[in-house]
Design a protein around this ligand. Structure first.
Ligand code: NAD
Ligand code: GLY
Length: 363
């Protein structure tokens, strides 16, 4: 088993990474504090992985309850949050109840926010089942729901007690979802670890074939980079923003197309090419690195061009959507840019240059 530590003082926790994790021994601390475990999942994952998880939890918790929500980004909402709160209240859950988020980033973000706010905070454990959730969303304590006016706009920083990345859950993950997760993996290489980027260039086929050692390497390496960043800047007052490489353009794509049409990772993939091209036009990197990144994204079967969001004035539509980004300050959009291979920086860019990049990078 690989273990990555998130060093956050009294909020420190571990990420466990292995195939078919019998996680009970690691949860003994939890079960001695809580009698009740509540698993939040969705109908798709419920049908595939819930029985095993409930079986394991029933061995150590007196009472195990399940909340099964519909599947989809649109259920990362106030309504779903209220369903969770109503169940917890109806079941008389107290502050010692532990919530378990069994699913991808949607279930993880929603359940984390429920845990942050129910009775002003109860313990929760992440059981991520998508590659994206194992390498990114389950780690670092960003929890949120969407608002009709913006994605992830209502939320809290709230760290889990533990993250359990059972690689065996990825065996049922559709290929498109696996590829979407790879966008975040490629992100880590390009912003923080060139050796990892090189490893991906050599081993991407093994990852896409879900070979266990390759999956384990990808999850561990990604979590280590994220742990390094979050350990220095938990609440994104500086460094952590680099984890949003590709996300400013990517969020505009997701919102502009309508949530769910492009997956988060697909938007991030095209967004990384756009951000890299912007970096090149600002003189921060050379064309060779843009080509290298674009080729890796292509190799992962991900889009390298953004969609046209408005046939009349595409660049203005992107700019309008990017204003809602959480990194924007006083209406000014701040981009995560590549500042030399394997290094990132957050800064503004002239609108005229951003427009040129959008025109060049969309089809
Ligand atoms: P998701 O949670 O919607 O899961 C994708 C799809 O795969 C869903 O249909 C789900 O039911 C299905 N699925 C999940 N696990 C499966 C499995 N093992 N087998 C078969 N099907 C499975 O999407 P996601 O890509 O995991 O997460 C996207 C969300 O994560 C977005 O809401 C995004 O905003 C959020 N996110 C959060 C952070 C963070 O730091 N908190 C970081 C990145 C993304
Ligand atoms: N996914 C970006 C972050 O966790 O900060």
């Amino acid at each position: 088993m690989d273990i990555v530590n998130i060093d956050l003082g009294d909020r420190a926790y571990q990420i466990l990474i292995d195939w078919n994790i019998d996680f009970n021994q690691h949860l003994e601390g939890e079960s001695s504090k809580s009698r009740m475990a509540v698993v939040v999942t969705n109908v798709t994952i419920g049908g595939l992985h819930l029985n095993r998880v409930v079986g394991l939890l029933a061995r150590i918790f007196e009472n195990v309850r399940v909340i099964e929500l519909p599947d989809g980004e649109k259920y990362k909402s106030w309504d779903s949050l209220n369903i969770i709160f109503s169940s917890l209240l109806n079941w008389r859950c107290d502050r010692k109840t532990t919530l378990f988020a069994l699913g991808g980033g949607v279930v993880g973000d929603l359940t984390g926010f429920a845990a942050a706010t129910y009775m002003r905070g109860i313990p929760f454990v992440q059981l991520p089942t998508t590659l994206l959730a194992q390498v990114d969303s389950s780690v670092g304590g960003k929890t949120a729901i969407n608002h009709p006016l913006g994605k992830n706009m209502i939320g809290a920083f709230y760290q889990p007690q533990m993250v359990i990345c059972d690689l065996s859950t990825l065996s049922t993950l559709p290929d498109r979802e696996l590829r979407a997760g790879l966008a975040e993996v490629i992100k880590y290489g390009s912003i923080a670890d060139l050796a990892f980027m090189h490893w991906l260039e050599q081993n991407l086929n093994a990852v896409m074939a879900k070979e266990v050692p390759a999956l384990a390497h990808v999850v561990r390496q990604s979590c280590e980079i994220k742990a390094w960043v979050v350990g220095q800047d938990e609440k994104e007052s500086g460094l952590r923003a680099i984890l949003n490489f590709g996300h400013t353009f990517g969020h505009a794509i997701e919102a502009g197309m309508g949530y769910g049409v492009w997956l988060h990772g697909e938007g991030v993939a095209a967004g990384m090419v756009m951000a890299a091209e912007l970096s090149r036009r600002l003189g921060l990197i050379d064309a060779e690195f843009v080509c290298r990144l674009t080729s890796l994204i292509q190799l992962a079967g991900l889009p390298t061009k953004g969609p046209v969001l408005d046939a009349n004035d595409n660049a203005s539509r992107y700019l309008e959507l990017m204003q809602i980004d959480k990194k924007a300050e006083a209406g000014e959009i701040r981009f995560v840019l590549i500042n030399g291979p394997g290094k990132a920086v957050v800064r503004t860019a002239p609108d005229s240059l951003v427009r040129e990049v959008i025109d060049a990078c969309c089809e």
